[in-house]
Ligand binder design. Structure first.
Ligand code: FBP
Length: 694
């Protein structure tokens, strides 16, 4: 019988149903690939031209004036309808041109649509024109490794996530030799223009390329990419030119779906605190967006913590007539106390579970850690400067690195100059857990950035939280509140008089959630309290219902940690990112066709409805500032952090107590649902953007 029912493997493999359900291409992929993003209205005019807008003021940095003289005086440019009758305008669009493009930095959803928009526009004006994609980011440019981007390659990647079409890389074009190699590649391919799709560091690359290529007549256009959302550009008068980089919305939505699923699990199983670390190298934009998307109980914004003032310390110091400088800015210890405070508050209303979001880059805002990062950056950079071998090759293991630091405290460094690493630094550093020291000493990326994603911030902070919660528990301050109606039913079912016992064991017998007195921290102390109040005699056992209530009030603190980063970076783009990026690609082409260089393609009014979107070019050189990298000051594009005066942040501050639900209110979790590229359930812009546009 069995054998008769069992089909041959050959039959199964050749069955059309098997082919259909195991195919690499499913219906979602087919639908995504065939979806056509909307085009900004102006792109339906036959030709466009660009208009300089000096009224949008962006101030120059002196160093940028020196290093980028040929592009520093660029203005913001608006793309406007062109004169269709002028022959020169037509020619500028119709000439056969070669354009190169590469991705740079971490993947961000929507990148393929930038290429699709660029490709469609290039071919629309001249089917003979060619688009070349450099492989593996800037390395492809320097090493002349590229593919010609074809219709079928583009069609296979439309509206799809990742940068897999031509891959990406994080190399920096930071030497004369690398710059000349890049130029040679572009000259050999007779490129008219190069498009750099990248974040702050990659657009920094783009600015230097634009400066160097200007004399060769090769235009360079940047495109604002990064899930971190830290490319947000405002004029000196606070007018928004670029509200957000692409990929941010999708990554935030992808993380939020996972976090929201955890809120459902947490509130069903009521035994875990889920600690979600969310990507974002420095700024906390992603965390703030996820907080709005999910209404998780507790979300931290690094920028706010950096502003933290410990008023209790200040008061104490004032009484002594001294100033306590350590009361300003946050330390890991302060931060862990803040977390404990909220856990205890929530537990008091019966909720010993929850979901918290911490931003990956929070360490940047923690006083003592930031000092370590800067000092270690300098020590590593100094070492690399003096020696042939780099620091990490010379000191491959943590132990030898730590030994090198110890030598510095004894004045046994390489230079006679005063060492920035002293005995106190060494002592404090060695108090940190080994894995954390290892993280802080890890190799910086090619742009000199500290690699926050590699450090288990969530583990170190939760260890501190657990330690302090156990102290609070011993002191009787961390208890689970017992709902009064539940307490009453247990007592009445056992024929006890609830009110009489409540007065003895609870510190707030009148409230909705009852808290066992702080002095009762064990069955022994419970029994003693009942004896003292003459509710039982020393020979009696504590009645079972009272033990039940006591045990229910006794918290266990259990956590699950999660890291949301690479998964969201690889997500397929949202409807917003599909449209945004496709139009960025088209904008890049129109800037090129109109002769612009050293500009970043951007969409103004992104925070408003689609019909208000305006394609523009933003001068990259004007966005540059000096920043510490690898222990030196370097000219880079300034990262935009959360503005604590912004609408979004102020609204978050006003709503977060409700989301914490530490009064007797219910949790107010929000379910954003999965990332979608069609359908009416999708809100059409990031929530933080919508709030900031009010
Ligand atoms: P970009 O700035 O290049 O867009 O990358 C952002 C990011 O995803 C950060 O959020 C994260 O800290 C970092 O990249 C991780 O870098 P890596 O890919 O090298 O692990």
């Amino acid at each position: 019988m069995e054998n008769q029912r069992c089909k041959s493997l050959e039959f199964l493999l050749n069955h059309p149903k098997t082919g259909h359900v195991t195919s690499d291409v499913n219906i979602e992929t087919i639908e995504r690939r065939s979806f056509s993003p909307k085009k900004i209205k102006i792109f339906s005019s036959k030709y466009t031209s660009i208009k300089d807008c000096p009224e949008y003021k962006l101030s120059n940095n002196k160093e940028a004036e020196k290093l980028l003289p040929d592009i520093i005086n660029n203005n913001v440019q608006k793309i406007i309808p062109g004169d269709e009758k002028t022959e020169t305008a037509k020619q500028a669009f119709k000439i056969r041109r070669n354009i190169g493009v590469f991705f740079s930095g971490g993947p961000a959803p929507g990148g393929h649509n930038v290429i699709a928009g660029l490709y469609d526009e290039v071919k629309k004006y001249n089917p003979e024109s060619k688009l070349f994609g450099f492989l593996l980011g800037p390395d492809g440019l320097m090493e002349s490794k590229y593919v010609e981007i074809t219709q079928s390659l583009v069609d296979a990647h439309r509206n799809m996530g990742g940068f897999s079409m031509i891959k990406t890389g994080r190399s920096k074009i930071d030497s004369k030799n690398k710059m000349e190699l890049s130029l040679k590649t572009c000259m050999d391919l007779e490129l008219d223009a190069l498009v750099v799709i990248g974040g702050d560091d990659s657009n920094t690359n783009a600015a230097f390329l634009a400066q160097r290529f200007k004399s060769a007549g090769i235009k360079v256009i940047g495109v604002p990419k990064t899930i971190d959302g830290d490319i947000q550009i405002k004029t000196d008068d606070k007018e928004t030119l670029c509200a957000i980089s692409f990929g941010f919305h999708t990554a935030a939505r992808a993380f939020s779906q996972n976090i929201s699923n955890l809120t459902t699990d947490a509130s069903s199983d009521i035994k875990y605190w889920h600690v979600c670390k969310v990507m974002g190298r420095v700024a906390s934009h992603l965390t703030l967006e996820c907080a709005f998307q999910t209404h998780a109980n507790l979300s931290f914004v690094g920028e706010e913590l950096a502003d933290y003032t410990d008023h209790k310390r200040i008061e104490k110091a004032q009484k002594k007539g001294i100033i306590d400088y350590t009361a300003y800015g946050i330390t890991l210890r302060h931060w862990s106390r803040l977390i404990c405070d909220t856990i205890v508050r929530r537990a008091a209303t019966g909720k010993n579970f929850g979901v918290m979001i911490i931003p990956e880059g929070i360490l940047e805002f923690i006083n003592e850690i930031q000092v370590f990062i800067i000092k270690l950056n300098t020590i590593i950079a100094d070492y690399n400067h003096i020696h042939d071998n780099d620091f990490h090759t010379s000191f491959p293991t943590l132990n030898v690195k730590l030994e090198y630091l110890r030598r510095l405290t004894r004045g046994m460094g390489d230079t006679d100059k005063f060492s920035i690493w002293n005995l106190r630094d060494d002592d404090l550093f060695n108090q940190l857990p080994l894995f954390f020291r290892d993280g802080l000493l890890m190799e910086r990326d090619t742009h000199g950035n500290f690699q926050f994603s590699q450090v288990k911030t969530e583990d170190i902070i939760m260890d501190m939280v657990k330690e302090y919660l156990s102290i609070l528990k011993e002191k009787g301050k961390y208890k689970i509140g017992i709902e009064k109606s539940y307490y009453k039913s247990i007592m009445e079912n056992s024929k006890f008089i609830p009110d009489k016992i409540a007065k003895v064991i609870f510190k707030n017998p009148e409230d909705k959630y009852l808290l066992i007195k702080e002095s009762i921290i064990s069955l022994k102390t419970l029994k003693q309290t009942l004896i003292n109040s003459e509710l039982i005699s020393p020979d009696d056992n504590v009645p079972e219902p009272i033990i039940r209530i006591f045990k229910k009030s006794d918290p266990k603190f259990k956590t699950q940690t999660h890291f949301y980063g690479y998964d969201g970076r690889g997500s397929d783009p949202t409807y917003f990112d599909c449209n945004y990026t496709y139009n960025l690609g088209i904008t890049a082409f129109h800037l090129i066709a109109n002769g612009a260089t050293g500009q970043m393609a951007a969409i103004k009014n992104l925070e408003k409805k689609f019909d208000k979107w305006e394609p523009i070019g933003i001068p990259i050189a004007k966005l540059m500032r000096l920043e510490e990298r690898k222990g030196r000051l370097e000219l880079v594009i300034e990262k935009s952090l959360i503005d604590l005066d912004s609408n979004a942040f102020r609204i978050f501050k006003a709503l977060r107590d409700g989301w914490l639900a530490a009064e007797s209110n219910q949790d107010r979790y929000r379910r954003p649902g999965p990332v979608r590229f069609t359908g009416s359930a999708e809100e059409d812009r990031p929530i933080t953007l919508m709030l900031n546009s009010i």
